[in-house]
Design a protein around this ligand. Structure first.
Ligand SMILES: Cc1cc2nc3c(=O)[nH]c(=O)nc-3n(C[C@H](O)[C@H](O)[C@H](O)COP(=O)(O)O)c2cc1C
Length: 131
């Protein structure tokens, strides 16, 4: 099973509409056997995708082609035996109490990532904490 974690910014031309994003994501992910977690703070997204390799690659290719994203940086690409982000078709977290556990989890996942990736991630967390 493939697990991807990426961060991106909302395009200045796009509206923040989590309801629409989640409707499409959940329908597609249910079809494709993909689960994961989407963290958003209205300006940026942090998303984990887990599932069969070909389906996860295809979903990530669609996401990369989506004009709502301005800059996508892949933080982590791993093969996993079991799903690490739960069984949700696409869980969603906004800044608040339950976000903290998720941030800790992704910090662990990116522990071996290269320094640029880690710096990007640390920046994300700082923006969230300041929100
Ligand atoms: C922040 C964000 C997260 C997304 N997550 C997913 C996802 O997990 N799965 C998915 O299929 N599409 C996701 N999308 C939507 C894709 O970019 C794309 O619009 C969609 O997969 C196209 O599906 P369709 O061909 O069925 O319309 C996401 C879009 C955004 C902006």
């Amino acid at each position: 099973m493939l697990q991807l974690v990426y961060v991106s910014s909302l395009s200045p031309q796009a509206d923040f509409d989590p309801t629409a994003i989640l409707a499409t994501s959940r329908a597609n992910n249910r079809r494709d056997g993909i689960t994961g977690l989407l963290y958003s703070d209205k300006a940026r997204f942090l998303q984990a995708l887990e599932g069969p390799e070909a389906e996860v690659e295809a979903a990530f290719a669609r996401i990369k082609g989506d004009a709502r994203h301005r800059a996508i940086v892949l933080l982590s690409r791993r093969t996993v035996d079991t799903r690490e982000f739960g069984d949700w078709e696409m869980a969603h977290r906004m800044p608040g109490t339950d976000a903290d556990r998720f941030i800790e989890r992704v910090r662990e996942l990116t522990a071996n990532a290269d320094p640029n990736v880690r710096a990007t991630f640390e920046g994300f967390v700082k923006v969230r904490d300041g929100a």
